[in-house]
Write a protein of this length. Structure first.
Length: 500
């Protein structure tokens, strides 16, 4: 049978737009003679839909969207993620075929840790579902269902499923794709089943979904893998009935079956058998990206989707001559294009020539709109009005003036302000409230300072030129990226690292 994994970047709440994305993928998959199309978890609503699910009108509209998708399934079977309401709300996979909905599978395990809050919105499913497609029995699962080592995957396998399908919205962290695939290898081997895993891709607020959809055979061997951090339709030809031979030799499976008080109760839906197909497709196996490249792609995807999905056009960054603001600008250009990035240097008497030159140089290297807005007169006026400030009050004043200037530009031009503080600074409180914490999106908030240096070098290596000046990288190997500015005055010691 030919499987198509539609790794899509959908938008939370955009039912019409998501239906267009889904039906376009279905059209492409049907044109490629796919027998089974798998879409990500809650693809119709986007993930996570959160409190939209508390609105009955939205839930009804989502169900109508599923019917629209089903009408497009004329020559294939599709598993479509959407909420299902029947006395209570479930995170579900709808089985669409022959222009209609044939059945519904409801997610069993609802994660309620970390970034997940599914107990708030959904009731857990209990039923099992099998799709009988000729000689192939397909067992649908949703995300967390397959992270568990036992049921529902084991029950589906005991009921005869030779292909376990998983609709997922699995968020990214560095190394997550490798860890996740290792887990799926274990599930394939333990259940003697092929595994087809379709993951969401794209950014949603602070979450990034990395894709890396994958197909494994019943021995856990890699059959196909989609690229990370981009949309893809992964086509692969498989014969899950090959798993039967291994099962006949698998003593553990019989022991597990004997240990159950009763065989699993499963609803079976009989669907069209897979077609003979035309020429076999060559399964793509995209290698995993190296660690630093995963960071770059993940940060860029999260930023690009936050900007575009929230209706912004351009971003503005306070460029200090330090490494944090330089890296933020470089990733923004990579994600959005130089025409959509603006940098602002806001020097005062305490800004060194070196940092001012570096700020200008990195902006010129990136080809962005650069402007220098001196703030010495403003700083002086504040000090005069307050009768002179010393210590921490003086240190924080400059950063807060810069934050005010950035927000004024944001209001005037409609630009989104990017905050530039990194995770190490945030963790130890090396930042100024209403100063270098000003911004609508904190690009580096989950990036340690050590990784800021590594990423900066990586971007230069990729570009085969110094996008970020060597002097900026070398000058940042201290607690603050504005060490040269700080050396001019204690007054500037806290204000320069992120927004100067």
């Amino acid at each position: 049978m030919r499987i198509a994994l539609a790794q899509l970047n959908v938008v939370v709440g955009d039912l019409d737009g998501n239906v267009e994305r889904i039906t376009a993928a279905l059209t492409e998959a049907q044109g490629a003679a796919a027998d089974l199309v798998v879409l990500p978890e809650l693809a119709v609503t986007g993930y996570p839909p959160e409190d939209l699910l508390l609105r009955p009108g939205f839930v009804r509209a989502a169900r109508e969207s599923v019917d629209e998708v089903a009408r497009a399934c004329t020559d294939t079977v599709a598993l479509v993620g959407a909420p299902a309401f029947d006395r209570d709300l479930a995170n579900a996979a709808f089985v669409c075929a022959e222009g209609t909905v044939k059945g519904v599978y409801r997610k069993h395990f609802l994660p309620n840790y970390g970034v997940f809050d599914e107990h708030r919105y959904f009731a857990a499913g209990r039923d099992l579902l099998l799709l009988e497609m000729g000689d192939v029995l397909v067992g649908p699962t949703i995300c967390e269902d397959v992270w568990q080592p036992g049921p529902p995957a084991t029950d589906l396998a005991l009921a005869g499923a030779t292909l376990l399908v998983n609709l997922s919205a699995s968020p990214f962290h560095v190394g997550k794709a490798e860890d996740r695939e290792e887990m799926l290898v274990t599930r394939a081997r333990d259940n003697a089943s092929y595994v087809a895993f379709c993951n969401l891709v794209g950014g949603q607020d602070e979450l990034v979904f990395d894709g890396h959809s994958v197909v494994l055979d019943d021995e856990g061997e890699l059959v196909a893998r989609a690229p990370g951090f981009e949309e893809a339709l992964l086509l692969v030809d498989v014969d899950p009935t090959e798993a039967v031979g291994r099962r006949l030799r698998d003593v553990r499976r019989r022991e597990l079956a004997r240990s159950l008080p009763a065989p699993p109760s499963v609803n079976t839906i009989r669907l069209a058998a897979p077609g003979a197909g035309d020429e076999p497709v060559a399964a793509a196996v995209t290698p995993f990206e190296p660690e630093l490249e995963q960071m770059r792609l993940g940060l860029g995807l999260g930023l690009r989707d936050y900007v575009t999905k929230n209706g912004f056009g351009d971003v503005v960054i306070a460029i200090s001559g330090g490494i944090d603001s330089a890296l933020t600008a470089a990733i923004a250009v990579d994600a959005l294009g130089a025409a959509h990035v603006h940098t602002v240097s806001m020097p005062s008497r305490f800004s060194s020539v070196g940092t001012r030159d570096d700020a200008r140089e990195v902006s010129e290297n990136l080809g962005v709109d650069f402007r220098e807005v001196p703030i010495e007169a403003i700083v002086g006026a504040y000090h005069e009005a307050l009768g002179g400030l010393e210590g921490l009050a003086a240190e924080n004043l400059q950063a807060r003036i810069r934050g005010t200037m950035l927000m004024a530009l944001s209001n005037a031009e409609g630009w989104l302000v990017l905050a530039t503080g990194n995770k190490s600074e945030m963790a130890v409180g090396y930042s100024t409230i209403y100063g270098d914490m000003v911004g609508g999106y904190a690009l580096l908030k989950d990036v340690f300072k050590t990784d800021v240096w590594r990423l900066s070098r990586h971007l230069n290596e990729r570009a085969e030129r110094a996008l970020i000046p060597v002097s900026t990288i070398a000058g940042s190997n201290c607690a603050s990226s504005s060490s040269r500015e700080r050396s001019s005055s204690t007054y500037a010691s806290r204000s320069g690292s992120s927004t100067s």
